[in-house]
Design a protein around this ligand. Structure first.
Ligand SMILES: [Zn+2]
Length: 357
């Protein structure tokens, strides 16, 4: 029978556990999984299953309210930056002490707790304090991408549910089931690195193939000077802006809709702004990561080609060394991307360093 968990891709085991837990919940759950596992979707589905008298039928008013983010007893904690601040987690703690307004639970969702919990940080302390003795009708739903050792204290207060990364075949089947052509679904899944949320965006993205080409041809178009590299970097950054446009337009529409529904309360406006900024940042980082992965593939092919002949001569060795050097440069750019560095600087540095190898 279809329920709130039916839409999740590749999470049958976790869904079975959560269906069971929804009938008699404890006070805290920690859901972990790789970035492609749609942690957010799982948290929301579980929250609906907790509130619904049928444990997540997906059709009743309560299920629909939770899924659309309008259940007054489901609090989705929001943060302004990439890491949680102590006051944001204290606010979540304050909400957790409220009595639910309707039948059901006071649910507090805190995503990406791995970004709060770095040893003895005040943010970690605030989170642990709220988890210690919540009122009987409060349920915390936490999520984390990595099970870092620093999370042990938090995890010890929660029931853990681990998600798995869906396979490419599962993702393609899901997209085709949602109406995409097999060809578009395959291209989008290949470019999304196992991330369903991103694959869903890319499948309707007519410019994807052209963007992949732009990155794939970087080595041939780089030219030998810093001026030509710089011009190419600008071109890639302009393409990134253009690729972000549909998301920005969609966000504007969503913001206008939500503002009219909530009467644009100042706090929800601030939360919305923060969410929009985070989504856009994530999209751009994903795009640059895809660019780096595409470039790496080109240089790996060059390396294989240089070393695959019967007699490898001095010229082949030079080509192999150049490809290896380029792979190092691209890997370094990938690391800097994770460290949240300025995108413009990063792309320029990447291409300028590639000229030098
Ligand atoms: Zn329901």
């Amino acid at each position: 029978m279809a329920d709130v968990f039916s839409e999740l891709v590749g999470q049958e085991r976790a869904a079975a556990a959560l269906r069971h837990y929804a009938r008699d919940p404890v006070h805290a759950y920690l859901i972990t999984g790789p970035s492609g596992a749609d942690l957010h979707g799982v948290l929301v589905a579980f929250a609906a299953a907790l509130q619904c008298t049928e444990h997540g039928c997906a059709t009743c008013e309560r299920c629909r309210a939770v899924v659309s983010g309008h259940d007054p007893d489901v609090y989705l904690a929001s943060r302004a930056g990439l890491a949680w601040r102590v006051d944001e987690l204290r606010e979540a703690g304050r909400v957790s002490r409220r009595r639910p307004l309707s039948k059901g639970y006071q649910i507090v969702i805190v995503e990406d707790v791995d970004t709060a919990v770095s040893g003895a940080s005040p943010a970690a302390a605030a989170l642990l304090k709220s988890l210690e003795e919540p009122p009987p009708l409060t349920v915390f739903l936490l999520s984390a991408h990595e099970m870092a050792p620093a999370l042990d204290t938090v995890a010890s207060r929660c029931v853990r549910v681990a998600l798995r990364a869906p396979s490419d075949a599962e993702l393609i089947t899901a997209l085709v089931g949602e109406g995409a052509t097999l060809q578009a679904a395959t291209l989008a899944v290949g470019a999304a690195h196992g991330d369903l949320r991103r694959a869903r965006l890319l499948v309707h993205d007519a410019g994807l193939a052209a963007r992949l080409d732009r990155w794939r041809t970087v080595p041939d178009r780089l030219g030998g000077t810093s001026a030509s590299a710089s011009a190419l970097a600008d071109e890639l950054l302009r393409a990134l802006d253009a690729a972000s446009e549909p998301l920005v337009a969609h966000q504007r529409y969503e913001m206008a809709r939500e503002a009219s529904e909530t009467g644009s309360r100042a706090t929800s406006r601030k939360e919305l702004d923060a969410r929009v900024r985070r989504e856009l940042r994530r999209f751009r980082v994903d795009e640059l990561r895809l660019g780096c992965a595409t470039l790496s593939r080109v240089y790996r092919d060059r390396l294989t080609e240089a070393l695959s002949g019967v007699d490898v001569d001095a010229r082949d060795r030079r080509r192999a060394r150049a490809a290896l050097g380029a792979l190092d440069v691209v890997a370094e750019a990938g690391r800097r991307l994770e460290a949240n560095l300025d995108e413009t600087l990063l792309v320029h540095d990447l291409l300028l360093s590639l000229v030098d190898v």
